[in-house]
Design a protein around this ligand. Sequence first.
Ligand SMILES: Nc1ccn([C@H]2C[C@H](O)[C@@H](COP(=O)(O)OP(=O)(O)OP(=O)(O)O)O2)c(=O)n1
Length: 126
Amino acid sequence: MENTRSYCRKSKDVSLQELRDMLAEFARVRGWEQYHSPRNLLLALVGEVGELSEIFQWKGEVARGLPNWTSDDKEHLEEELSDVLLYLIQLADVCGLDLGQAALSKIVKNAQKYPVASPPTNPAYH
Ligand SMILES: Nc1ccn([C@H]2C[C@H](O)[C@@H](COP(=O)(O)OP(=O)(O)OP(=O)(O)O)O2)c(=O)n1
């Protein structure tokens, strides 16, 4: 499992559980579990959110689909988004939480809070 080729397999769908297990193994074989406390992972996550923000900084509004971005720019964005996701998954894991189930529950809650029949403007912005 701990080889680059197994990380690079092309998969149509990858589950949060699969990513969680790969990350746990990644940390375990490097002896990094001791550093992966909830607080440290949260700080790492926030740091990566900062790196993600830098990509958009000073660019002005960006069109959906990023039509004018180079493939290098898009690859950089993919990497920073992944860093955020991977730290988020690890944070949930070391907190003993099931992030996939939590997200599903939150989507249900969101739908109840913002029913389709509510006014046309999104109340979250008011
Ligand atoms: N203790 C660590 C260190 C790294 N990673 C993983 C999660 C992220 O996906 C990635 C972060 O690695 P870097 O700290 O090297 O950050 P970047 O990839 O953003 O590199 P740089 O900051 O040089 O752009 O590696 C991890 O799980 N645990």
